[in-house]
Design a protein around this ligand. Structure first.
Ligand SMILES: [Zn+2]
Length: 224
């Protein structure tokens, strides 16, 4: 794992090859057949959307092969999505297997969650997890944000923050700094634009924002 340089933006979850600042490239488990990308840091996981196009057992084997690699700094994205046709129990099985893999390899988890926040909170509370989880593209209300943070999760904000007068911006304004990250995911946005909007919403300078997010990086990945 490389670490962000002082003053560098951190894109905590991206599928883009734009390569701005410090970024964590997401790699889908089924693509691991080609090995790891040549990027410095990546996360690897079986996405719930891909349970119909990829073999879960083959994907889990790929994940186990690469999870210990030093370039792999997180497991995911994995998670639960109540908006898709794939039954939740099928999603749950591979999600739990990836949470266990993260514990076994000592790596945090990048979580995809759609309409399943209460499921995620219940799983988080069901036993003692040593590794932190990060909910990517967080887009729910303040109560859910606070429950997740209290349970030991980080929240990553992205394109929803840029919507004019969006609800997500108001939630972001109220969540504590210690738990947040920013991302581009697969959106046609720059990480700079997300940082700029976030600094405006929190009414702080961009340099202070960068310092705070770098501290969060150390908390998430180095457990400082
Ligand atoms: Zn993603």
């Amino acid at each position: 794992m490389t670490r962000p340089l002082p003053g560098e933006t951190i894109d905590i979850h991206t599928h883009s090859t734009r390569r701005e600042g410090f970024y964590v490239m997401n790699v889908f488990a089924q693509d691991l057949v080609h090995g790891l990308p040549d990027t410095a840091n990546c996360s690897i996981g079986l996405h719930p959307w891909h349970l119909e196009i990829a073999s879960p057992s083959v994907c889990m084997q790929h994940l186990k092969t690469f999870a210990g690699n030093e370039k792999v700094i997180a497991i995911g994205e994995t998670g639960l999505d109540r908006n898709i046709a794939i039954p939740l129990d099928q999603q749950m099985e591979v999600f739990l297997a990836q949470l266990d893999l993260a514990e076994a390899t000592g790596k945090p988890v990048v979580i995809h969650c759609v309409k399943a926040y209460s499921d995620i909170i219940a799983i988080r509370k069901s036993r003692k997890w040593n590794m932190p989880w990060m909910i990517h593209w967080f887009n729910a209300n303040l109560q859910i944000a606070e429950d997740l943070i209290r349970a030991g999760c980080f929240l990553s904000f992205g394109r929803s923050l840029l919507h004019p007068n969006g609800k997500n911006a108001e939630v972001f304004r109220q969540v504590p700094f210690v738990a947040v990250f920013f991302e581009t995911d697969d959106a046609e946005i720059t990480i700079e634009s997300v940082y700029e909007k976030a600094a405006t919403l929190k009414n702080i300078g961009i340099d202070e924002l960068k310092t705070r997010i770098t501290e969060n990086f150390d908390r998430l990945f180095l457990k400082k």
